[in-house]
Design a protein around this ligand. Structure first.
Ligand code: NI
Length: 175
């Protein structure tokens, strides 16, 4: 297990399409997942994709803490290998996002609210489930990393993009 350095926006691996994983059960993938989990918890973050640590493979992990989802539901630590997303409701909802590859920054991104996810687990069995709201947002954000897409590239209005500390300072001024 190791905490790996997280690449920042601009690094070529983050801007590239990642390769599918042929066999999720290899020791190499098991070790990569261990490192991703440790790195995500250390950051801390709620999601991490393999390209963010310089590995161009289609693997993401996430866990949504209690209270962060619209439903308040906690989502357990989940590993998705070769994930595929189908949009079930293309109604867009705007929500605030940040990313460990753009430390200190955030912005509002429109995303579909209801998706279906198909992926493999670490033991190679198939996952097939639906996700809504913030849970769906997290999965879409992480899976975008596998296609070289970072959230600012999804923003329709860059006026909400910036440094979170400055945004908080601005809000305090209004009090
Ligand atoms: Ni990210």
């Amino acid at each position: 297990m190791a905490i790996l350095p997280i690449l920042r926006m601009g690094h070529p691996v983050l801007m590239a399409v990642a390769a599918p994983i042929d066999d999720p059960t290899t020791p190499e993938i098991v070790a990569l997942v261990d490192d991703l989990v440790e790195t995500m918890h250390d950051a801390p973050g709620i999601g991490l994709a393999a390209p963010q640590v310089g590995v161009g493979k289609r693997l993401v992990i996430y866990s949504v803490p209690e209270g962060r989802d619209d439903t308040g539901d906690e989502q357990p630590l989940t590993m998705l290998i070769n994930p595929e997303i189908t949009v079930l409701d293309d109604t867009l909802e705007e929500g605030f996002e940040g990313c460990l590859s753009l430390p200190g920054m955030g912005g509002r991104v429109n995303r579909p609210t209801h998706i279906r996810v198909r992926a493999l687990t670490l033991d190679g069995t198939a996952l097939d489930y639906e996700a809504e709201g913030f849970h769906a947002r997290v999965i879409q954000h992480e899976c975008d990393h596998l296609d070289g897409i970072l959230y600012p590239m999804r923003m329709s209005d860059l006026s909400s993009f910036g440094y979170v500390k400055e945004m908080i300072a601005k809000n305090d001024d209004l009090d």
